[in-house]
Design a protein around this ligand. Sequence first.
Ligand SMILES: Cc1cc2nc3c(=O)[nH]c(=O)nc-3n(C[C@H](O)[C@H](O)[C@H](O)COP(=O)(O)OP(=O)(O)OC[C@H]3O[C@@H](n4cnc5c(N)ncnc54)[C@H](O)[C@@H]3O)c2cc1C
Length: 463
Amino acid sequence: MTRIAIIGGGISGLAAAFALEEHRRAGADIDYVLYEASTRLGGVLRTEHIDGCLVEAGPDSFITEKPWATDLCRALGLGDQLIGSNDVDRKTYILTNGRLVVMPDGLMFMVPTKILPTGLSPLFSWKTKLRMTQELFHPPRAADHDESVASFVQRHYGSEMVDRLADPLLSGVYGGEAASLSVRAVLPRFAEMERTHGSLGRAMLAARRKISAGPRQPAPPLFTSLKAGMQHLAETVVSRLPQALLLTNAPVQAVQREAGGWVVSAGLQSDEFDSVIVALPAPAAAQVLRIASPDLSAELAAIQYSSSITVGLGYDRDVRQSLPPGFGFLVPRSEGKRLLAATFVHNKFPHRAPEDRALLRCFFAGANAENVWPLADDQIVGIVRNELQQILGLRAEPLFARVYKWKSAMAQYGVGHLDRLDRMERLRQQLPGLALAGNAYRGIGVPDCIRSGRDAAAQFSKS
Ligand SMILES: Cc1cc2nc3c(=O)[nH]c(=O)nc-3n(C[C@H](O)[C@H](O)[C@H](O)COP(=O)(O)OP(=O)(O)OC[C@H]3O[C@@H](n4cnc5c(N)ncnc54)[C@H](O)[C@@H]3O)c2cc1C
Protein backbone atom coordinates (compact mmCIF):
# COMPACT_ATOMS: atom_id res chain seq x y z
CA MET A 1 0.00 0.00 0.00
CA THR A 2 1.22 3.51 -0.85
CA ARG A 3 0.85 5.99 2.02
CA ILE A 4 0.51 9.65 1.08
CA ALA A 5 0.51 12.72 3.33
CA ILE A 6 -1.23 15.91 2.24
CA ILE A 7 -0.06 19.03 4.05
CA GLY A 8 -2.61 21.85 4.02
CA GLY A 9 -6.40 21.70 4.06
CA GLY A 10 -7.25 24.61 1.78
CA ILE A 11 -8.98 23.90 -1.53
CA SER A 12 -5.67 22.72 -3.08
CA GLY A 13 -5.13 20.07 -0.40
CA LEU A 14 -8.80 19.10 -0.37
CA ALA A 15 -8.82 18.68 -4.16
CA ALA A 16 -5.79 16.39 -3.83
CA ALA A 17 -7.52 14.40 -1.07
CA PHE A 18 -10.71 14.06 -3.12
CA ALA A 19 -8.74 12.81 -6.15
CA LEU A 20 -6.91 10.26 -3.97
CA GLU A 21 -10.20 9.18 -2.41
CA GLU A 22 -11.72 8.60 -5.85
CA HIS A 23 -8.70 6.47 -6.83
CA ARG A 24 -8.88 4.56 -3.55
CA ARG A 25 -12.56 3.79 -4.12
CA ALA A 26 -11.73 2.69 -7.65
CA GLY A 27 -9.37 0.09 -6.18
CA ALA A 28 -6.00 1.82 -6.01
CA ASP A 29 -3.93 0.49 -3.13
CA ILE A 30 -3.39 3.85 -1.43
CA ASP A 31 -3.96 5.43 1.92
CA TYR A 32 -3.64 9.11 2.82
CA VAL A 33 -3.73 11.53 5.73
CA LEU A 34 -4.40 15.28 5.48
CA TYR A 35 -2.77 17.67 7.98
CA GLU A 36 -4.34 21.08 8.55
CA ALA A 37 -2.85 23.61 10.97
CA SER A 38 -6.09 25.39 11.88
CA THR A 39 -9.30 24.05 13.34
CA ARG A 40 -11.23 24.33 10.08
CA LEU A 41 -10.78 22.98 6.57
CA GLY A 42 -11.19 25.04 3.41
CA GLY A 43 -8.42 27.63 3.89
CA VAL A 44 -9.55 31.00 2.55
CA LEU A 45 -12.93 29.62 1.37
CA ARG A 46 -15.21 30.98 4.04
CA THR A 47 -18.87 32.04 3.86
CA GLU A 48 -21.06 33.69 6.47
CA HIS A 49 -24.81 34.24 6.51
CA ILE A 50 -25.68 37.62 8.04
CA ASP A 51 -29.08 39.32 8.09
CA GLY A 52 -30.33 37.29 5.12
CA CYS A 53 -27.15 38.06 3.11
CA LEU A 54 -24.53 35.58 1.98
CA VAL A 55 -21.16 37.16 2.74
CA GLU A 56 -17.99 35.72 1.24
CA ALA A 57 -14.95 36.34 3.41
CA GLY A 58 -12.47 35.03 0.82
CA PRO A 59 -13.12 34.21 -2.86
CA ASP A 60 -16.67 34.97 -3.98
CA SER A 61 -16.64 33.03 -7.25
CA PHE A 62 -14.33 31.61 -9.88
CA ILE A 63 -13.72 32.37 -13.50
CA THR A 64 -15.96 30.15 -15.65
CA GLU A 65 -13.46 29.78 -18.48
CA LYS A 66 -11.15 27.59 -16.36
CA PRO A 67 -13.03 24.29 -16.01
CA TRP A 68 -11.44 22.61 -12.98
CA ALA A 69 -13.63 24.09 -10.25
CA THR A 70 -16.81 23.41 -12.19
CA ASP A 71 -15.59 19.87 -12.89
CA LEU A 72 -14.96 19.29 -9.19
CA CYS A 73 -18.41 20.65 -8.30
CA ARG A 74 -19.99 18.30 -10.83
CA ALA A 75 -17.97 15.32 -9.53
CA LEU A 76 -19.28 16.18 -6.06
CA GLY A 77 -22.88 16.22 -7.30
CA LEU A 78 -23.09 20.01 -6.96
CA GLY A 79 -23.82 20.65 -10.65
CA ASP A 80 -27.31 21.97 -9.85
CA GLN A 81 -25.86 24.31 -7.21
CA LEU A 82 -23.70 26.22 -9.69
CA ILE A 83 -24.76 29.78 -10.41
CA GLY A 84 -23.45 32.31 -12.91
CA SER A 85 -22.80 36.00 -12.40
CA ASN A 86 -25.64 38.25 -13.53
CA ASP A 87 -23.83 39.42 -16.64
CA VAL A 88 -26.73 41.45 -18.04
CA ASP A 89 -25.83 43.91 -15.27
CA ARG A 90 -22.09 43.59 -15.84
CA LYS A 91 -20.59 47.00 -15.71
CA THR A 92 -17.42 47.97 -13.90
CA TYR A 93 -16.47 51.50 -13.00
CA ILE A 94 -13.00 52.96 -12.64
CA LEU A 95 -12.51 55.85 -10.27
CA THR A 96 -11.05 58.55 -12.51
CA ASN A 97 -10.23 61.95 -11.06
CA GLY A 98 -12.70 61.28 -8.24
CA ARG A 99 -15.56 60.22 -10.54
CA LEU A 100 -16.80 56.74 -11.39
CA VAL A 101 -16.33 56.17 -15.11
CA VAL A 102 -17.73 53.03 -16.67
CA MET A 103 -15.28 50.71 -18.45
CA PRO A 104 -16.18 50.96 -22.13
CA ASP A 105 -17.84 48.06 -23.89
CA GLY A 106 -15.50 45.79 -25.85
CA LEU A 107 -12.48 46.22 -23.58
CA MET A 108 -10.89 42.78 -23.14
CA PHE A 109 -8.78 43.32 -20.04
CA MET A 110 -7.02 46.42 -21.39
CA VAL A 111 -7.32 45.68 -25.11
CA PRO A 112 -9.97 47.70 -26.95
CA THR A 113 -11.94 45.65 -29.49
CA LYS A 114 -14.71 48.17 -30.22
CA ILE A 115 -13.58 51.51 -31.57
CA LEU A 116 -16.60 53.71 -30.85
CA PRO A 117 -17.18 52.99 -27.12
CA THR A 118 -13.46 53.32 -26.37
CA GLY A 119 -13.06 56.41 -28.54
CA LEU A 120 -15.95 58.15 -26.75
CA SER A 121 -15.02 57.01 -23.23
CA PRO A 122 -13.85 59.66 -20.75
CA LEU A 123 -11.72 56.92 -19.11
CA PHE A 124 -8.78 57.66 -21.41
CA SER A 125 -7.11 60.84 -22.57
CA TRP A 126 -6.75 61.58 -26.29
CA LYS A 127 -3.10 60.66 -25.98
CA THR A 128 -3.96 57.12 -24.85
CA LYS A 129 -6.65 56.82 -27.52
CA LEU A 130 -4.05 57.73 -30.12
CA ARG A 131 -1.71 55.09 -28.66
CA MET A 132 -4.52 52.52 -29.03
CA THR A 133 -4.73 53.29 -32.73
CA GLN A 134 -0.96 53.17 -33.17
CA GLU A 135 -0.88 49.86 -31.26
CA LEU A 136 -2.70 48.20 -34.15
CA PHE A 137 0.53 48.56 -36.16
CA HIS A 138 2.89 46.94 -33.64
CA PRO A 139 5.03 44.32 -35.43
CA PRO A 140 5.39 40.79 -33.94
CA ARG A 141 8.08 40.66 -31.28
CA ALA A 142 9.78 37.56 -29.90
CA ALA A 143 10.91 38.69 -26.45
CA ASP A 144 13.85 36.72 -25.10
CA HIS A 145 13.26 37.69 -21.49
CA ASP A 146 10.42 38.22 -19.05
CA GLU A 147 9.30 41.71 -18.09
CA SER A 148 6.80 43.32 -15.76
CA VAL A 149 3.16 43.71 -16.77
CA ALA A 150 3.59 47.47 -16.33
CA SER A 151 6.43 47.65 -18.83
CA PHE A 152 4.58 45.39 -21.30
CA VAL A 153 1.36 47.44 -21.13
CA GLN A 154 3.35 50.67 -21.21
CA ARG A 155 5.03 49.59 -24.46
CA HIS A 156 1.64 48.90 -26.04
CA TYR A 157 -0.65 51.58 -24.64
CA GLY A 158 1.31 53.96 -22.42
CA SER A 159 1.39 54.68 -18.71
CA GLU A 160 -2.22 55.85 -18.35
CA MET A 161 -3.38 52.35 -19.31
CA VAL A 162 -1.10 50.88 -16.64
CA ASP A 163 -2.48 53.20 -13.98
CA ARG A 164 -6.19 53.15 -14.92
CA LEU A 165 -6.65 49.51 -15.87
CA ALA A 166 -3.77 47.04 -15.75
CA ASP A 167 -2.67 47.87 -12.22
CA PRO A 168 -6.09 47.93 -10.51
CA LEU A 169 -7.34 44.88 -12.42
CA LEU A 170 -4.31 42.81 -11.45
CA SER A 171 -4.19 44.11 -7.90
CA GLY A 172 -7.72 42.77 -7.52
CA VAL A 173 -6.51 39.28 -8.46
CA TYR A 174 -2.96 39.09 -7.07
CA GLY A 175 -2.96 41.91 -4.55
CA GLY A 176 0.26 43.02 -6.23
CA GLU A 177 1.46 45.80 -8.48
CA ALA A 178 1.69 45.67 -12.27
CA ALA A 179 5.24 46.99 -11.87
CA SER A 180 6.41 43.80 -10.19
CA LEU A 181 4.19 41.07 -11.71
CA SER A 182 5.58 38.90 -14.52
CA VAL A 183 3.83 39.26 -17.87
CA ARG A 184 4.75 35.70 -18.84
CA ALA A 185 3.28 34.21 -15.67
CA VAL A 186 0.30 36.51 -15.24
CA LEU A 187 -0.72 37.33 -18.82
CA PRO A 188 0.73 34.46 -20.88
CA ARG A 189 -1.94 34.85 -23.56
CA PHE A 190 -1.00 38.48 -24.13
CA ALA A 191 2.71 37.64 -24.28
CA GLU A 192 1.87 35.02 -26.92
CA MET A 193 -0.30 37.47 -28.88
CA GLU A 194 2.61 39.87 -29.02
CA ARG A 195 4.88 37.12 -30.30
CA THR A 196 2.51 36.04 -33.05
CA HIS A 197 0.64 39.22 -33.98
CA GLY A 198 2.61 42.09 -32.50
CA SER A 199 -0.51 44.15 -31.86
CA LEU A 200 -2.75 42.93 -29.05
CA GLY A 201 -5.66 44.79 -30.60
CA ARG A 202 -5.27 42.97 -33.93
CA ALA A 203 -4.78 39.60 -32.18
CA MET A 204 -7.94 40.11 -30.15
CA LEU A 205 -9.95 41.14 -33.22
CA ALA A 206 -8.69 38.07 -35.10
CA ALA A 207 -9.73 35.84 -32.18
CA ARG A 208 -13.17 37.48 -32.10
CA ARG A 209 -13.62 37.00 -35.86
CA LYS A 210 -12.80 33.31 -35.45
CA ILE A 211 -15.38 32.93 -32.69
CA SER A 212 -18.10 34.77 -34.61
CA ALA A 213 -17.42 32.62 -37.72
CA GLY A 214 -18.21 29.47 -35.69
CA PRO A 215 -21.65 28.30 -34.57
CA ARG A 216 -23.33 30.95 -32.39
CA GLN A 217 -23.50 29.92 -28.75
CA PRO A 218 -24.70 31.97 -25.83
CA ALA A 219 -21.69 33.30 -23.91
CA PRO A 220 -21.33 31.56 -20.54
CA PRO A 221 -21.34 33.83 -17.48
CA LEU A 222 -17.95 35.30 -16.72
CA PHE A 223 -17.97 34.09 -13.11
CA THR A 224 -19.42 30.97 -11.50
CA SER A 225 -20.14 30.32 -7.86
CA LEU A 226 -22.24 28.13 -5.63
CA LYS A 227 -25.73 28.98 -4.40
CA ALA A 228 -24.75 28.37 -0.79
CA GLY A 229 -21.36 30.06 -1.18
CA MET A 230 -17.79 29.01 -1.74
CA GLN A 231 -17.41 27.35 1.66
CA HIS A 232 -20.05 24.85 0.53
CA LEU A 233 -17.53 23.51 -1.99
CA ALA A 234 -14.94 22.82 0.73
CA GLU A 235 -17.57 21.36 3.07
CA THR A 236 -18.87 19.03 0.38
CA VAL A 237 -15.37 17.74 -0.39
CA VAL A 238 -14.82 17.17 3.34
CA SER A 239 -18.12 15.29 3.63
CA ARG A 240 -16.91 12.81 0.97
CA LEU A 241 -13.66 11.96 2.77
CA PRO A 242 -13.15 9.52 5.67
CA GLN A 243 -13.10 11.90 8.65
CA ALA A 244 -10.44 9.91 10.52
CA LEU A 245 -7.95 10.77 7.77
CA LEU A 246 -8.42 14.52 8.20
CA LEU A 247 -6.25 15.88 11.00
CA THR A 248 -7.13 19.45 11.98
CA ASN A 249 -5.24 21.48 14.56
CA ALA A 250 -2.19 19.66 13.24
CA PRO A 251 0.44 22.15 12.05
CA VAL A 252 3.28 20.37 10.30
CA GLN A 253 6.74 21.55 11.32
CA ALA A 254 8.78 19.53 8.85
CA VAL A 255 8.64 16.92 6.13
CA GLN A 256 11.94 15.08 5.80
CA ARG A 257 13.29 12.35 3.59
CA GLU A 258 14.26 9.21 5.40
CA ALA A 259 15.08 5.70 4.14
CA GLY A 260 13.51 6.28 0.73
CA GLY A 261 10.30 7.64 2.21
CA TRP A 262 9.07 10.73 4.04
CA VAL A 263 8.61 11.53 7.71
CA VAL A 264 5.99 14.15 8.57
CA SER A 265 6.41 15.86 11.95
CA ALA A 266 3.37 17.56 13.44
CA GLY A 267 3.61 18.56 17.10
CA LEU A 268 5.04 15.69 19.08
CA GLN A 269 3.90 13.13 16.49
CA SER A 270 5.75 11.93 13.44
CA ASP A 271 4.54 9.47 10.87
CA GLU A 272 6.02 7.76 7.81
CA PHE A 273 4.76 8.03 4.25
CA ASP A 274 5.85 7.02 0.77
CA SER A 275 4.88 10.39 -0.71
CA VAL A 276 4.00 13.90 0.39
CA ILE A 277 1.84 16.54 -1.28
CA VAL A 278 2.76 19.94 0.14
CA ALA A 279 -0.35 22.06 -0.57
CA LEU A 280 0.66 25.17 1.33
CA PRO A 281 1.24 28.82 0.49
CA ALA A 282 4.92 29.14 -0.55
CA PRO A 283 6.22 30.72 2.70
CA ALA A 284 4.75 27.84 4.74
CA ALA A 285 6.00 25.29 2.17
CA ALA A 286 9.50 26.82 2.44
CA GLN A 287 9.35 26.39 6.19
CA VAL A 288 8.35 22.70 6.21
CA LEU A 289 10.87 21.79 3.45
CA ARG A 290 13.88 23.68 4.84
CA ILE A 291 15.64 20.53 6.05
CA ALA A 292 14.61 18.23 3.19
CA SER A 293 15.92 20.67 0.58
CA PRO A 294 17.44 24.02 1.59
CA ASP A 295 17.66 24.99 -2.10
CA LEU A 296 14.00 24.28 -2.86
CA SER A 297 13.06 25.96 0.39
CA ALA A 298 15.01 29.09 -0.63
CA GLU A 299 13.24 29.23 -4.01
CA LEU A 300 9.86 28.86 -2.28
CA ALA A 301 10.72 31.56 0.25
CA ALA A 302 11.56 33.94 -2.61
CA ILE A 303 7.97 33.80 -3.95
CA GLN A 304 6.40 36.94 -2.50
CA TYR A 305 2.95 36.95 -0.94
CA SER A 306 0.65 39.85 -0.19
CA SER A 307 -2.06 40.24 2.40
CA SER A 308 -5.62 41.28 1.78
CA ILE A 309 -8.64 42.42 3.74
CA THR A 310 -12.26 42.09 2.67
CA VAL A 311 -15.03 44.05 4.34
CA GLY A 312 -18.68 43.00 3.92
CA LEU A 313 -21.27 45.75 4.47
CA GLY A 314 -25.05 45.33 4.46
CA TYR A 315 -27.43 48.25 3.85
CA ASP A 316 -31.16 48.80 3.51
CA ARG A 317 -33.41 49.23 0.48
CA ASP A 318 -32.82 53.00 0.16
CA VAL A 319 -29.10 52.48 -0.27
CA ARG A 320 -29.70 49.71 -2.79
CA GLN A 321 -31.82 52.07 -4.86
CA SER A 322 -29.25 54.85 -4.64
CA LEU A 323 -26.25 52.80 -5.81
CA PRO A 324 -25.24 52.74 -9.47
CA PRO A 325 -26.03 49.63 -11.54
CA GLY A 326 -23.22 47.17 -12.28
CA PHE A 327 -20.77 44.89 -10.52
CA GLY A 328 -18.74 47.54 -8.70
CA PHE A 329 -15.67 49.72 -9.06
CA LEU A 330 -11.88 49.67 -9.06
CA VAL A 331 -9.66 52.39 -7.66
CA PRO A 332 -6.36 53.18 -9.43
CA ARG A 333 -3.43 53.87 -7.10
CA SER A 334 -3.15 57.43 -8.46
CA GLU A 335 -6.55 58.31 -6.92
CA GLY A 336 -4.89 58.28 -3.49
CA LYS A 337 -7.46 56.06 -1.75
CA ARG A 338 -6.81 53.03 0.42
CA LEU A 339 -9.64 50.92 -0.98
CA LEU A 340 -8.72 48.94 -4.07
CA ALA A 341 -12.17 47.81 -5.13
CA ALA A 342 -15.78 47.32 -4.13
CA THR A 343 -18.29 44.82 -5.48
CA PHE A 344 -22.04 45.46 -5.51
CA VAL A 345 -22.82 41.86 -4.60
CA HIS A 346 -26.61 42.36 -4.85
CA ASN A 347 -26.09 43.04 -8.59
CA LYS A 348 -23.32 40.53 -9.36
CA PHE A 349 -25.04 37.62 -7.56
CA PRO A 350 -28.56 38.94 -6.83
CA HIS A 351 -29.76 36.03 -4.67
CA ARG A 352 -26.92 36.76 -2.18
CA ALA A 353 -28.92 39.64 -0.74
CA PRO A 354 -32.69 39.94 -0.19
CA GLU A 355 -34.41 42.50 -2.44
CA ASP A 356 -34.53 45.04 0.37
CA ARG A 357 -30.79 44.84 1.08
CA ALA A 358 -27.64 46.15 -0.58
CA LEU A 359 -24.52 44.06 -0.02
CA LEU A 360 -21.08 45.56 -0.63
CA ARG A 361 -17.78 43.73 -0.58
CA CYS A 362 -14.83 46.07 -0.21
CA PHE A 363 -11.24 45.07 -0.74
CA PHE A 364 -7.83 46.24 0.48
CA ALA A 365 -4.68 44.62 -0.91
CA GLY A 366 -0.91 44.87 -0.86
CA ALA A 367 0.65 47.86 0.90
CA ASN A 368 -2.74 49.36 1.79
CA ALA A 369 -3.82 46.10 3.45
CA GLU A 370 -0.57 46.08 5.46
CA ASN A 371 -1.10 49.72 6.48
CA VAL A 372 -4.60 49.20 7.86
CA TRP A 373 -3.81 45.70 9.22
CA PRO A 374 -2.98 46.75 12.80
CA LEU A 375 -6.20 48.79 13.13
CA ALA A 376 -9.25 47.50 15.01
CA ASP A 377 -12.15 46.26 12.87
CA ASP A 378 -14.30 49.32 13.61
CA GLN A 379 -11.48 51.63 12.53
CA ILE A 380 -11.12 49.69 9.26
CA VAL A 381 -14.88 49.95 8.73
CA GLY A 382 -14.53 53.68 9.41
CA ILE A 383 -11.95 54.01 6.61
CA VAL A 384 -14.17 52.05 4.23
CA ARG A 385 -17.22 54.17 5.06
CA ASN A 386 -15.27 57.38 4.64
CA GLU A 387 -14.01 56.34 1.21
CA LEU A 388 -17.44 55.03 0.14
CA GLN A 389 -18.82 58.44 1.08
CA GLN A 390 -16.20 60.17 -1.07
CA ILE A 391 -16.66 57.81 -4.01
CA LEU A 392 -20.39 57.01 -3.93
CA GLY A 393 -21.76 59.72 -1.69
CA LEU A 394 -22.84 56.89 0.64
CA ARG A 395 -23.42 58.27 4.14
CA ALA A 396 -25.91 55.73 5.53
CA GLU A 397 -25.10 53.63 8.57
CA PRO A 398 -24.58 49.98 7.54
CA LEU A 399 -26.91 47.36 9.04
CA PHE A 400 -23.88 45.15 9.56
CA ALA A 401 -20.16 45.22 8.82
CA ARG A 402 -17.64 42.36 8.92
CA VAL A 403 -13.88 42.53 8.44
CA TYR A 404 -11.89 39.50 7.24
CA LYS A 405 -8.11 39.60 7.26
CA TRP A 406 -6.00 37.25 5.15
CA LYS A 407 -2.31 37.38 6.01
CA SER A 408 0.08 36.58 3.14
CA ALA A 409 -2.61 34.67 1.24
CA MET A 410 -2.06 35.89 -2.34
CA ALA A 411 0.98 34.83 -4.33
CA GLN A 412 2.77 37.46 -6.42
CA TYR A 413 4.24 36.04 -9.58
CA GLY A 414 7.23 38.34 -9.92
CA VAL A 415 9.31 38.87 -13.06
CA GLY A 416 11.20 35.61 -13.71
CA HIS A 417 8.55 33.47 -11.97
CA LEU A 418 8.46 30.82 -14.72
CA ASP A 419 12.27 30.45 -14.62
CA ARG A 420 12.01 29.97 -10.87
CA LEU A 421 9.38 27.24 -11.41
CA ASP A 422 11.78 25.47 -13.81
CA ARG A 423 14.57 25.57 -11.21
CA MET A 424 12.16 24.33 -8.56
CA GLU A 425 11.01 21.47 -10.77
CA ARG A 426 14.63 20.33 -11.21
CA LEU A 427 15.11 20.41 -7.43
CA ARG A 428 11.84 18.58 -6.84
CA GLN A 429 12.86 15.79 -9.19
CA GLN A 430 15.77 15.09 -6.85
CA LEU A 431 13.19 14.39 -4.12
CA PRO A 432 11.16 11.39 -5.28
CA GLY A 433 7.73 11.23 -3.71
CA LEU A 434 7.33 14.99 -3.29
CA ALA A 435 4.62 17.01 -5.07
CA LEU A 436 3.73 20.68 -4.66
CA ALA A 437 0.25 22.16 -5.01
CA GLY A 438 -1.31 25.52 -4.26
CA ASN A 439 -1.52 29.07 -5.49
CA ALA A 440 2.22 29.76 -5.60
CA TYR A 441 2.89 28.15 -8.96
CA ARG A 442 0.70 28.27 -12.07
CA GLY A 443 -2.44 30.15 -11.16
CA ILE A 444 -3.75 31.82 -8.04
CA GLY A 445 -7.49 31.35 -8.62
CA VAL A 446 -9.63 28.58 -7.18
CA PRO A 447 -9.81 26.57 -10.47
CA ASP A 448 -6.01 26.55 -10.84
CA CYS A 449 -5.56 25.54 -7.20
CA ILE A 450 -7.98 22.65 -7.70
CA ARG A 451 -6.11 21.58 -10.82
CA SER A 452 -2.80 21.72 -8.94
CA GLY A 453 -4.14 19.50 -6.16
CA ARG A 454 -5.66 17.04 -8.59
CA ASP A 455 -2.44 16.86 -10.66
CA ALA A 456 -0.34 16.35 -7.54
CA ALA A 457 -2.57 13.45 -6.50
CA ALA A 458 -2.34 11.92 -9.97
CA GLN A 459 1.44 11.54 -9.55
CA PHE A 460 0.95 9.07 -6.72
CA SER A 461 -2.34 7.35 -7.36
CA LYS A 462 -1.43 4.69 -9.92
CA SER A 463 -3.28 1.49 -8.97
C1 LIG B 1 -9.50 37.63 -0.02
C2 LIG B 1 -9.29 36.70 -1.19
C3 LIG B 1 -10.16 36.75 -2.26
C4 LIG B 1 -9.98 35.87 -3.34
N1 LIG B 1 -10.89 35.91 -4.35
C5 LIG B 1 -10.83 34.96 -5.32
C6 LIG B 1 -11.90 34.83 -6.24
O1 LIG B 1 -12.89 35.56 -6.19
N2 LIG B 1 -11.80 33.84 -7.19
C7 LIG B 1 -10.74 32.98 -7.22
O2 LIG B 1 -10.71 32.09 -8.09
N3 LIG B 1 -9.73 33.06 -6.34
C8 LIG B 1 -9.75 34.02 -5.38
N4 LIG B 1 -8.77 34.09 -4.43
C9 LIG B 1 -7.63 33.17 -4.54
C10 LIG B 1 -7.96 31.76 -4.06
O3 LIG B 1 -9.06 31.78 -3.19
C11 LIG B 1 -6.77 31.14 -3.33
O4 LIG B 1 -5.59 31.26 -4.11
C12 LIG B 1 -7.00 29.65 -3.05
O5 LIG B 1 -8.23 29.44 -2.39
C13 LIG B 1 -5.83 29.11 -2.22
O6 LIG B 1 -6.10 27.79 -1.81
P1 LIG B 1 -4.93 26.92 -1.15
O7 LIG B 1 -5.53 25.66 -0.68
O8 LIG B 1 -3.81 26.81 -2.11
O9 LIG B 1 -4.39 27.81 0.05
P2 LIG B 1 -5.10 28.24 1.41
O10 LIG B 1 -6.56 28.46 1.23
O11 LIG B 1 -4.27 29.38 1.93
O12 LIG B 1 -4.93 26.97 2.33
C14 LIG B 1 -3.71 26.58 2.87
C15 LIG B 1 -4.01 25.82 4.15
O13 LIG B 1 -2.78 25.36 4.70
C16 LIG B 1 -2.85 25.48 6.10
N5 LIG B 1 -1.49 25.50 6.63
C17 LIG B 1 -0.58 26.50 6.62
N6 LIG B 1 0.58 26.09 7.17
C18 LIG B 1 0.41 24.80 7.55
C19 LIG B 1 1.24 23.83 8.16
N7 LIG B 1 2.50 24.11 8.52
N8 LIG B 1 0.74 22.59 8.41
C20 LIG B 1 -0.54 22.27 8.05
N9 LIG B 1 -1.38 23.16 7.46
C21 LIG B 1 -0.90 24.40 7.21
C22 LIG B 1 -3.61 26.78 6.32
O14 LIG B 1 -4.16 26.82 7.62
C23 LIG B 1 -4.65 26.70 5.22
O15 LIG B 1 -5.85 26.09 5.65
C24 LIG B 1 -8.91 34.94 -3.35
C25 LIG B 1 -8.03 34.91 -2.26
C26 LIG B 1 -8.22 35.76 -1.18
C27 LIG B 1 -7.29 35.68 0.01
